[in-house]
Ligand binder design. Sequence first.
Ligand code: FES
Length: 404
Amino acid sequence: MSEKKKYSPQELNSMSNDELARLGTELDGVTVAYRKERFPVENDPASKRASVSVGVFLGLSIIGALGFLLVYLFWPWQYKGHGADGLWMYTFYTPLLGVCAALAIGGLGLAVVTYVKKIIPEEISVQRRHDGPSDEVDRRTMTALLNDSWNTSTLGRRKVLAGMLGASGVLAGLSVIFPVFSMIKNPWKKGPLGIQGDGTLWTSGWTLHSKGVKVYLGRDTGAIADFHDSEIGRHAKTEGISRLVRMRPEDLDAGSMETVFPLPADLVNDRDKHDKARDVYEEHMHSIHGPRNAVMLIRLRHKDAQEAVERQGQEDFHYGDYYAYSKICTHIGCPTSLYEAQTNRILCPCHQSQFDAKMYGKPLFGPAARALPQLPIEVDEEGYLVAKGDFIEPVGPAFWERRS
Ligand code: FES
């Protein structure tokens, strides 16, 4: 390879940007194999048409991004049940966000592609690679090349397009960044204690027990709320439908598992307490959707239960052969849904953590480092499975308040 000529700072200072750019191309071993201006004739109407099409895409992008921000900030987003006022508006919240985000990002992408395809000169360059760090000449000529690229792009002349491109880039970026703020919450901010806890990370529907509420282990029947015919016509009331029902120990076979949810006594609407006129479906669904509510009720085979090892302080948390563990994986919170009856292992499908149901939910394999929190349970005087207390440690991924 031929030796590079050394240029003094004075020589470099005396060169124009074009000369420096050309020099950089040569020094970098770049050969421009093909180059063709898109619009060699000045004031070519085709140039204007190309600018307009880029401008249209950028305009769409700006409208989409502004729409996204307005919908995100002002459209009614809070959940509305069947038949509730404002359901129609609420239904459009997510689709509108999706359409606006697609316009914002898609419009920007199409504008950039159109600009490159229709306005920037067509060029094919080939570069030979070399080793080692760049010297002063390379750095100076690289800067000149970047300046040259800016000139070649003609964006400097197309002020309107450059402004629109900037606005569209900023707004499309905001439409991506804005939703992140919804995920920021104060983990210590308490609200009223309800079926999903009080808003802090260490409470759930089971915490109602600590306020003196009797909480049953509710089995999910999968019943669907539907339209009902009545004297006022067809409407979306859910009267009489009970999504969660109480469970007795005999409802579960040995060597099997069932996911249960907190069912406070005042929301029971089954068997002898069934009242067709009651509307409890929505509250039951809130319990099912509670982020820390799901519990795996496992009935070990009697022989296995004899060998079970209790964790210190949790010796009386089980009821006979029945053990209740949080379903929320202590790794990063997936549902640990798979119970293997042969080995009494609970498997999280996300990253294959395994927990031992015979040994207080202790992790045996995989990335989870902490045991699944165990819910203390018992059977009440009527023979239904109920919580005997709340979890004694926070449910879900490990964080600093956990004791294990
Ligand atoms: S979330 Fe369960 S193993 Fe990762």
